[in-house]
Design a protein around this ligand. Structure first.
Ligand SMILES: [Zn+2]
Length: 201
């Protein structure tokens, strides 16, 4: 559909607060009714950009609230893990992945991730993240600024067995259940016989 301006043309531009910014007037175009309408030149078209809502390009905290994901998109194994930093062997974080009871009010049935925050290698864990059924580990708000914990989770999820065996070597305990390893074979495998049968494929 085409249209034609017959009378004098007045154009007025305003800013966001409605204050006039520019304006011009032109006489009616001297053009016969049968002539095609003129094309709007590109520069004029650009005078009126579409309105965009004001939004920061990178919402605050967006990068730190991304989940850390398992490589296969499945839930991780429960157990104890040592995430090593560097090659010295002295710089590490100990993590525990443990499923909440289904009768608990807080995240029932989900795997919670805790870091070793006290003297007891088996019970002094402070939870800081939870894992959903698609293997996505969500670090809780209060800990999203802790890059060391985030790196530790990424390292453990990247190779749970490697990180679990590192914990078992240090503690002489099965990395899947935390029970002491008592036989030479178990100490060699770094898991107890029951866990080897039930939990490792
Ligand atoms: Zn075990």
């Amino acid at each position: 559909m085409a249209f034609q301006i017959q009378g004098p043309l007045t154009l007025q531009g305003y800013d966001e607060r409605g204050r006039p910014q520019f304006g011009f007037s032109a006489p009616a175009p001297a053009r016969p009714l049968s002539a095609p309408p003129p094309r709007l030149p590109r520069q004029e078209a650009r005078l009126l950009p579409p309105l965009q809502p004001q939004r920061p390009a990178h919402p605050k905290g967006a990068s730190s609230t991304r989940p850390v994901c398992t490589p296969d998109g499945k839930e991780p194994l429960e157990g104890y893990f040592t995430a090593q930093f560097g090659d010295s062997g002295n710089d590490y974080v100990t993590l525990r992945f443990r499923r909440q009871g289904t009768n608990r009010s807080f995240k029932p049935g989900q795997i919670l991730v805790g870091y070793l925050a006290g003297p007891d290698n088996q019970s002094s864990y402070e939870s800081f993240a939870s894992v959903d059924s698609r293997g996505r580990c969500w670090i809780w708000h209060a800990y999203t600024g802790n890059q060391r914990l985030r790196q530790a989770v990424a390292s453990v999820l990247g190779d749970q067995r490697l990180a679990g065996e590192a914990w078992a070597r240090m503690s002489q305990r099965c990395w899947l259940c935390g029970q002491p390893l008592t036989t030479p074979e178990s100490l060699d495998l770094l898991v107890g016989p029951d866990c080897k049968r039930k939990k490792l494929r």
